[in-house]
Design a protein around this ligand. Sequence first.
Ligand SMILES: Nc1ncnc2c1ncn2[C@@H]1O[C@H](COP(=O)(O)OP(=O)(O)OP(=O)(O)O)[C@@H](O)[C@H]1O
Ligand SMILES: [Mg+2]
Length: 157
Amino acid sequence: MISVVACMEATCELSDPQASEALGKRIATQLQRGDVIALFGDLGAGKTTLSRGVLRGLGHAGPVPSPTFTLVQHYATDDLSVAHFDLYRLTSRDEIFELGLDEACHEGAVLIEWPEILDDALPEERLEVHLSDAGNGRSVRLVARGAWADRLSTLTI
Ligand SMILES: Nc1ncnc2c1ncn2[C@@H]1O[C@H](COP(=O)(O)OP(=O)(O)OP(=O)(O)O)[C@@H](O)[C@H]1O
Ligand SMILES: [Mg+2]
């Protein structure tokens, strides 16, 4: 099937963990109910660090632990509820729906680490964040699909 969803890409360098958090904070300024952020990258690429930045940007001051073992962490910030998933340990797609992905998308925004297992079940409108090693820091490729395409320029300044 031919996709008619607009798609824009941008890349930038994140020299340290603070830069990863700062990108998360910029994403937070654009985040709305129903938004899906898909975080790709190898073990230790910085997916949780960037997610922490998103939550800090939304005003959450408490801990933002990795959801590797709990599979999902829920947050209620002043403006938005956020569900932070980590699908690394899942072996079947059905489990993620049992974890409440659809409900979370309706209630607020979702951040998904290791989204590969969802494949074509990922909503077509989404922001993909692809993190990879670059020296001591990280490089990030942002792929903005649908409404995110219009918001992309505000993320890379
Ligand atoms: N831009 C960056 N430059 C250098 N180090 C970074 C950067 N961003 C994050 N890190 C560091 O990388 C380490 C791993 O980060 P993090 O836990 O966020 O990765 P992750 O992708 O969520 O890992 P996992 O795949 O295990 O969930 C942490 O020590 C973090 O401080
Ligand atoms: Mg993580």
